[in-house]
Design a protein around this ligand. Structure first.
Ligand SMILES: [Zn+2]
Length: 199
């Protein structure tokens, strides 16, 4: 028997935690930023528009919501953008902390939606200082770098890389990740985040 659930947003009965109607109603707001380091970052939602949903990632159901949002963004992305074959997807700091690894879920959804063009490399870019930046000032973030460590276990460094994170705020985390990979001569094509906190 199928278990009846309710959509988190409209509370109608639904087989998914976020029903199709509510998923389709989320306002996509594709934006791009170029960080000072030269990295382009593409996002799909304004954080304000999806904050109540994306914050459910901190709950136990969050991984399914995050997976559903990521698949939605990925289908939108691959309908518009062709990427080179054998591009590698690297999620920032994709170790499971608390319940699960946010960026690993995003990477998995994008790789699935790419039809095999994008290949995941898990456990490749790990923060040796896994401090939370949530609600912290830019000064705090600058004084407490994540200190990423590159672990090329699976990744073949000659292939281009797309970096994945859930939210971009200052861009500092992505800049640190980009600089770490650059130092190892890894070619980063661009970065993708689900939501931009500027909007
Ligand atoms: Zn709904």
């Amino acid at each position: 028997m199928l278990k009846a659930m309710r959509c988190l947003v409209c509370e109608n009965l639904s087989l998914k935690l976020l029903c199709q109607h509510c998923l389709d109603s989320l306002p996509l707001r594709p934006t791009s930023r170029v960080l000072e380091c030269g990295l382009s970052v593409h996002s799909f939602f304004g954080l304000n528009d999806i904050a109540p949903i994306i914050h459910s990632k901190y709950h136990i159901f969050g991984s399914r919501i995050l997976s559903r949002l990521s698949g939605h963004c990925a289908r939108y992305f691959f309908a518009k953008v062709d990427i080179p074959a054998h591009t590698t997807a690297i999620g920032l700091d994709d170790l499971p902390r608390k319940h699960y690894a946010h960026t690993a879920i995003i990477v998995r959804a994008f790789c699935r939606a790419s039809g095999g063009v994008l290949r995941p490399s898990y456990g490749t870019l790990i923060a040796s200082n896994p401090i939370s930046y949530a609600g912290k000032s830019l000064e705090f973030r600058q004084n407490n770098p994540r200190n990423f460590v590159y672990k090329p276990k699976i990744h073949k460094p000659d292939m281009g890389v797309i970096l994945f994170d859930d939210i971009i705020t200052s861009g500092l985390t992505l800049t640190q990740a980009y600089e770490c990979l650059n130092a190892h001569n890894v070619r980063v094509l661009f970065a993708i985040t689900l939501a931009d906190a500027k909007f």
